[in-house]
Design a protein around this ligand. Structure first.
Ligand SMILES: Nc1ncnc2c1ncn2[C@@H]1O[C@H](COP(=O)(O)OP(=O)(O)OP(=O)(O)O)[C@@H](O)[C@H]1O
Length: 225
C-alpha cells in the first residue's frame, strides 16, 4: 500500500546573501503511512516549519523527492501544486488564523464552497466536525467570542473540511496553556482517528508526541532516531 506522504533525501538551504549559507534540511527521509499519525519533534530552528511547508507543497526543496498518495509531486507546475494542496492537504498552525468577520461555522463552510461543495452539504459537514470536537454550540459565534481552545478546535475542523488525505500541523496546541493544550490535543486526535486521516504533527511536547503512533526527530537537518 502507498504511503500518504513520502519524502526522500530532501535538502533545503537559505542564502542570506551567499550561496546556500544556511543548510536547513540536509537529506531528510520521512514517510507517513495511511492512517498513521507521526509526531515530528525538533529543537527550535531545526527546520520543522520548512519541512512541513515542503511536505504541504507551500515551498519547494532544492533537492529530493516529495510523493503524496503515491504520486510524485516534486516537479508539478504551480497550478497543479495549488490544486493538489487544496484537495489533499490540511494545515493547522499554532495560531488559528480564522477569518474574524465570519462565524465559526462559516470559517469551515467557506473552503468547502471554494472546492465546489453545496451550501447545504458544507453546513452539515461543518456541524458534524464541530460536534466531534465539542464546539457545535458555538457555530454561530465569531472567533473573537470563542476561547483560545475553542478557536483552535474550529481551526482543526476547517483544516479537515475538504477531507484531505494528509494533515500537517505545526505546534497545533503550542499557544494554549498546558491543561487546555491537553484537552484540545485529545479533540484533535479524536477528529483525526474518526476520519482515518494520515498526519504529521510537529510538537515540542513529548507527552503529546507519545500519544501518536510514532515519533521522528529532526536534528541538524536530518531525521535521527
Ligand atoms: N525564508 C527564509 N530565509 C532565510 N532563512 C530562513 C527562511 N526560513 C527559515 N529560515 C531559517 O531556517 C532555519 C529553520 O527555520 P524553521 O522555521 O523551519 O525552523 P523551526 O524548526 O520551525 O523553528 P521554530 O520551532 O522556532 O518555529 C532557521 O535558522 C531560520 O532562520
Amino acid at each position: 500500500m502507498n504511503n500518504t506522504l513520502s519524502l526522500t533525501n530532501i535538502r533545503k538551504g537559505y542564502n542570506h546573501g551567499k550561496p546556500n549559507e544556511v543548510q536547513v534540511l540536509r537529506g531528510v527521509d520521512l514517510t507517513v503511512g495511511q492512517g498513521e499519525v507521526v509526531a515530528l519533534v525538533a529543537p527550535s530552528g531545526a527546520g520543522k516549519s520548512t519541512l512541513l511547508h515542503i511536505a504541504g507543497l507551500l515551498d519547494t526543496a532544492d533537492e529530493g523527492r516529495v510523493e503524496i498518495a503515491g504520486q510524485d509531486v516534486t516537479d508539478l507546475p504551480d497550478r497543479k501544486r495549488t490544486a493538489m494542496r487544496r484537495a489533499d492537504v490540511g494545515f493547522i498552525y499554532q495560531f488559528h488564523h480564522l477569518l474574524p468577520e465570519f462565524s465559526a461555522a462559516e470559517n469551515i463552510i467557506l473552503p468547502q464552497l471554494a472546492n465546489g461543495v453545496s451550501q447545504t452539504d458544507a453546513h452539515a459537514q461543518a456541524i458534524a466536525l464541530m460536534d466531534t470536537v465539542g464546539v457545535a454550540h458555538r457555530a454561530d459565534h465569531r472567533p473573537a467570542a470563542l476561547s483560545g481552545g475553542e478557536q483552535q478546535r474550529v481551526a482543526f475542523c476547517r483544516a479537515l473540511a475538504n477531507k484531505p488525505r494528509l494533515l500537517l500541523a505545526d505546534e497545533p496546541t503550542g499557544n494554549l496553556d498546558p491543561d487546555t493544550s491537553d484537552r484540545v490535543f485529545d479533540a484533535l486526535m479524536t477528529l483525526v482517528r474518526s476520519t482515518g486521516l494520515s498526519a504529521l504533527i510537529a510538537t515540542h511536547n513529548l507527552d503529546l508526541a507519545a500519544r501518536m503512533d510514532r515519533t521522528v526527530k529532526l536534528d541538524a537537518g536530518q531525521i535521527v532516531v
